[in-house]
Design a protein around this ligand. Structure first.
Ligand SMILES: [Zn+2]
Ligand SMILES: [Zn+2]
Length: 276
């Protein structure tokens, strides 16, 4: 009864959470409550991303369950997991990517901050997955942390422009944002935009054209201020929307509608009626 209701304090504005990890233990144990709070906060769609083949089944199961909002899934090898990629992994990934609720390949990318997989392996696995996405005609969800120039080169060389994608939880600089926008990519911002030290990032929030903008929580990580350090959940996409709208000097309701349209264009699915 005393569970917190993130984001529910203000009147709800329709928006989406373009990136969360609902299959992670801290969230998977509380899915009905999490989804109810998200719906009460105005969230109409959540995209839940797997990080390897291991959490793909749980991710798709959650996306296929009855819910008060629409849940979409993505499957891919996160850069942290690149060291576990085996020869022929594409053929194991492909059947998951053809499943009903799966709308993107991700999350994939490079992470030179944590370096949990050797960089050479990260780059090779990113290239292979960009190729696979092109073969399957799927948009990609890209993670880039302190790796902007290598990510940009790989996306450009592997023809990512053809099938598009999003740079999720954007933390790189404006030059990288412009390079990705030139490739036709979307740029998604998380609760990091509310952190005191994120002044440069707030500058990038202002230069992304309205029709390429997305917001996300990256739950269970990156709770926005004043909840930093707590478990995050999709309801707080409403907080991120408010912050992004304030930075850009825009009306949050109108921006929320634009972001919802962007999201459905990104996943190439028109808006459906909720399934329940
Ligand atoms: Zn990420
Ligand atoms: Zn993520």
């Amino acid at each position: 009864m005393s569970a917190p209701h993130p984001g529910a304090a203000s009147p709800s504005i329709a928006c989406v959470d373009s990136h969360a990890h609902l299959a992670m233990k801290s969230l998977a144990c509380d899915i009905p409550g999490i989804l109810a709070r998200a719906a009460a906060s105005g969230i109409t769609d959540v995209l839940t991303a797997a990080t390897s083949l291991e959490d793909a089944p749980a991710t798709i199961e959650i996306a296929s369950s009855d819910a008060p909002l629409r849940i979409w899934a993505a499957v891919g090898f996160h850069p942290h997991e690149a060291k576990r990629w085996q020869e022929g992994e594409e053929e194991r990934l492909a059947p998951w990517l053809r499943r009903e609720r799966v709308v993107a390949l991700g999350e994939i990318g490079l992470d030179y901050h944590y370096d949990l997989s050797p960089r050479e392996a990260q780059r090779a696995v990113l290239r292979r997955q960009v190729c696979l996405a092109r073969r399957l005609g799927l948009p990609i969800i890209v993670h880039s942390r302190k790796s902007a120039s290598d990510v940009a080169v790989i996306l450009e060389e592997e023809g990512a422009r053809d099938h598009g994608g999003v740079i999720h939880c954007f933390t790189e600089d404006a030059a990288f944002a412009r390079r990705c926008l030139d490739l036709g990519f979307y740029v998604s911002f998380s609760g990091i935009v509310t952190f005191r030290t994120a002044g440069d990032l707030r500058g990038v929030v202002k230069i992304v054209p309205e029709d390429r903008l997305l917001v996300e929580t990256d739950s269970p990580y990156l709770a926005p201020m004043p909840h930093r350090g707590e478990r995050n959940e999709p309801a707080r996409a409403a907080v991120v929307l408010q912050a992004v709208a304030a930075i850009r000097g825009e009306n949050p309701s109108r921006l929320g509608e634009t972001i919802r349209r962007n999201f459905h264009r990104f996943i190439r699915r028109s808006e459906e009626r909720p399934r329940s």
